[in-house]
Design a protein around this ligand. Structure first.
Ligand code: F0G
Length: 460
């Protein structure tokens, strides 16, 4: 019999977690205005809010922390990271930033102007936020298959080339500063983009003379899917696949809090000197001097190690295997989730789960609150709240799919924790038809509202 892909590490340090009572949770979620971002972490038992900055660093990363160089300028940790980025991605120019959205802020300050169109595959909410904040438009060209949770297309993060071509045809070259590919595509369920699709997008980009940028937060997970699902890549190492992926890009923004396996950090890397030169000024204004950009030297050192560890096939197989494990548990209970299971999270189809709640009352958010009340498990809404209002009409944007995302931190929880999550959700599923109403908004911010929104129960 083949041996299971157990975790390729053992646990050296533990952090106690508290199992609260339902009565406590009822009070806490009320006080949090039914926004799970407002909960204190002690009020959460198993935290699947995000896989961002929540991973466990290795002993080698902690050792690198101790040798970090905290010089303001010219830190050896900066050069350690710069060499690693050049080796892995092939980019010679690199700027550290304090996290992924800061990289977007700096690079988009150079590239995005009012009235621009930025096509891509389901832009992440901060990416879209930084585009719309500059009075520009994000054009989503993801393949239609991504909208059907049961469709087993192996690369549901792919771009639909006809849609992309239509956008490129419909606008002047000067109004499209770049195309952005998100790898893996978080908003459509942690779904990968195939190498073939990357290559085809690159060919179209070249044809129209438009640069290509990667939002690379989960680049290694994307590469693992290519290795395991795409013909011709089965014998390549993850490192080889990553190098090929990025050979098609002009630049990358990175949230190191995901596949860098560090708790904070981000960066921009590019092969375009003119972009780098302009970005330096914004980096100094918004982030810090070009050799630290909002990161401590010790954090840059830990990131350089994390970027190498994340490429290990044993690590990725066990990490993605754990996400698949949760997906299988839920499917076994008849719960509809985005399939194939994604790389970092399971996306539960909230519309199918709660058929008696209307979209105006925020179905996925209602499900997140129910799961929290049941078990103290914290998930996140990827639905109408996250979709924000249309920047022009100010009407709610109702996405076709309402997801509750269960994101799994890297190297943090065991499969027994995930059994708790699955059982809790099954309990909610058993009483789902009794949930007939959701929430209404009492306070919201003009952009990226889901982080700070305040809600009230709709009483029937
Ligand atoms: N791009 C993608 C694809 C992301 O998933 C995120 C963050 C960012 C950019 C922004 O990076 O958080 O470092 O500023 N995603 C987190 C999440 C917040 O929970 O999925 P950041």
């Amino acid at each position: 019999m083949e041996l299971p892909a157990a975790e390729p590490y053992k646990i050296k340090m533990v952090e106690p977690i508290y199992r609260s009572t339902r009565k406590e949770r009822e009070q806490w979620i009320r006080e949090a205005k039914y926004n799970l971002f407002n909960l204190r972490s002690e009020q959460v038992y198993i935290d699947l809010l995000t896989d961002s900055g929540t991973g466990a660093m290795s002993d080698r990363q902690w050792a690198a922390v101790m040798t970090g160089d905290e010089s303001y300028a010219g830190s050896s940790s900066f050069y350690h990271l710069k060499e690693t980025i050049s080796l892995l991605f092939g980019f010679d120019y690199f700027l550290p930033t304090h996290q992924g959205r800061a990289a977007e802020n700096v690079l988009f300050s150079v590239l995005v102007k009012e009235g621009n169109i930025i096509p891509g595959n389901s832009h992440f909410d901060t990416t879209k936020g930084h585009i719309e904040f500059r009075q520009a438009t994000a054009a989503d060209c993801t393949i239609y298959e991504s909208l059907d949770p049961e469709n087993l297309h192996p690369f549901k993060g792919n771009v639909d080339l006809d849609q992309l071509k239509n956008v490129l045809e419909a606008h002047a070259r000067e109004s499209i500063p770049f195309i952005i590919l998100t790898l893996t595509c978080n908003s459509s369920g942690g779904q990968p983009v195939s190498m073939q699709n990357i290559r085809e997008v690159k060919a179209l980009a070249d044809q129209y003379g438009i640069p290509l940028v990667f939002d690379s937060a989960r680049f290694a997970e994307n590469a693992w899917f290519i290795a395991h699902r795409e013909a011709g890549y089965e014998r390549k190492t993850i490192q080889e696949i990553v190098l090929e992926m990025f050979s098609y890009a002009d630049a990358m923004t990175m949230s190191s809090k995901k596949d860098g396996i560090v708790n904070i950090g981000g960066f921009i890397a590019t092969r375009k000197k003119e972009w780098y030169d302009q970005a330096c000024t914004f980096n100094i204004m918004f982030e810090g001097f070009v050799t630290y950009g909002g990161m401590a030297g010790r954090d840059m050192n830990a990131l350089a190690v994390g970027l190498m560890e994340v490429l290990e096939d044993d690590y990725l197989t066990s990490r993605i295997g754990q996400v698949q494990y949760l997906g299988e548990q839920l499917s076994k209970y008849g719960i509809s989730v985005q399939k194939p299971y994604g790389g970092h999270a399971i996306f539960v189809d909230a519309k199918a789960f709660l058929p008696n709640v209307c979209q105006e009352e925020f179905i996925a958010q209602t499900l997140c609150v129910e799961l929290y009340l049941e078990s103290g498990v914290r998930a996140v809404e990827v639905g109408t709240l996250m979709a924000d209002r249309d920047p022009i009409t100010r009407e709610n944007r109702y996405p076709q799919l309402e997801f509750m995302r269960l994101a799994i931190p890297r190297r943090v929880y065991t499969n027994l924790h995930l059994d708790v999550v699955a059982t809790a959700l099954k309990n909610v599923y058993d009483r789902r038809l009794a949930v007939t109403s959701g929430y209404k908004i009492v306070m919201e911010a003009p952009i990226l509202r889901h982080f700070t929104i305040e809600l009230e129960r709709v009483v029937m």
